[in-house]
Design a protein around this ligand. Structure first.
Ligand code: UFG
Length: 326
């Protein structure tokens, strides 16, 4: 029996696919390569190229494979872009996703692991944010993911199909040859590291007038390897229990943009010039997770305990990528 993993050429999907394979699971990837390249696919894993809502392709996968579970990563992930182009987010992350799920649910598949996000919460009412915190997304990206969670809850009531929605906080760091490699890059840590490498002149800080310790946004950075491990645990949970879960994945520690820049300066030894610009619409001021459910119910334990160790792994990856591109 196989796990069908969508978005397996992407940052998190490729690392999860590699780790599942290392752990002896049978994985199949579906990716349309719209935001990634074939070179980013993990080696030795069967790959289908195409869209998640291409029913004839799904039919082919269904006939050729024995799918036991779905891990759905394929999505647009940029908060700022989602504010400017909401249709794109609701169409891809919600409409196409429920069509995709529906196809396999109708075929009797009963285990879904869904890549959700801290963005479902919006501006926090309290910290750390637990899974029961009110959901009031401040951007269409978070809303599109929340809609899918609601869909999965309705499906569970209607047909008993169980799911685990993993709500990632800020995925970062690298695992061997796999790292954050978006095109164009919009995420904080890789952009700062590109400044350190001289690829960019400076890092623009999106607002320094938030109600936080230093005025810049605070996020909870969690290593992508630790996120990947949680997928395996979620799969085992669904295989051994009948019930669904919503699970935060974060470190429980918050770092401001200025903290992250400082850590990058320390690790790279580079001078990293900064310039403050306007706020980016859709950004909540602070996101810090309580990951108690992940720890207590899934048995999740983080290996990367410090933000410096996360940035060090990202730095190694970005330096190697830069050297190879010369
Ligand atoms: N930022 C800058 N300058 C930049 C890039 C980012 O100041 O050049 C700021 C952002 O405005 C934000 C913070 O750095 O305040 C972190 O931004 P990222 O774009 O790295 O990450 P986000 O917090 O916006 O979003 C990420 C994922 C989402 C996920 C979210 C969960 O992209 O998919 O983490 O917290 F939902």
């Amino acid at each position: 029996m196989s796990i069908l993993l969508t978005g397996g050429a992407g940052y998190i999907g490729s690392i999860v696919a590699s780790i599942l394979k290392e752990e002896g699971e049978d994985v199949i990837i579906l990716d349309n390569l719209s935001r990634s390249k074939k070179e980013c696919l993990p080696s030795g894993i069967k790959f289908y190229e195409g869209d998640i809502d291409d029913v004839s392709l799904l039919e082919k996968i269904y006939v050729e494979e024995k799918i036991d579970a779905i891990m759905h990563f394929a999505a647009f992930i940029e908060v700022g872009e989602s504010v400017l182009e909401p249709y794109k987010y609701y169409e891809n992350n919600f409409s196409k996703t429920i069509k995709f799920f529906n196809f396999f649910i109708n075929k009797g598949m009963d285990k879904i692991i869904f890549s959700s996000t801290a963005a479902v919460y919006g501006e926090p009412q309290y910290i750390p944010i637990d899974e029961d915190h009110i959901k009031n997304p401040t951007n269409p990206y978070g809303m599109s993911k929340l809609f899918v969670e609601r869909f999965l809850e309705s499906v569970e009531r209607a047909s008993g199909v169980h799911h685990v929605a993993l709500r990632y906080f800020n995925a970062s760091g690298a695992y061997g040859n796999y790292g954050e490699n978006h095109d164009p890059e919009t995420h904080l840590i890789p952009i700062i590291l590109e400044v350190a490498l001289g690829i960019r002149d400076k890092i623009f800080i999106n607002g320094d007038d938030y109600n936080t310790t230093d005025g810049t946004c605070i996020r909870d950075y969690i290593h992508v390897y630790d996120i990947a491990k949680a997928h395996l645990l979620a799969y085992r949970y669904l295989s051994n229990n009948s019930g669904s879960l919503k699970v935060n994945l974060g470190s429980g520690e918050g770092y401001s943009i200025l903290d992250i820049i400082e850590s990058c300066r320390k690790i790279t030894g580079a001078i990293i010039p900064v310039e403050v610009r306007e706020r980016r619409e859709g950004d909540p001021s602070t996101l810090i997770a309580s990951s108690k459910i992940a720890e207590d119910v899934l048995g999740w334990k983080r290996e990367y305990q410090s933000v410096d160790s996360i940035i060090e792994s990202a730095w190694k990856f970005h330096k190697a990528k830069f050297e190879n591109s010369k």
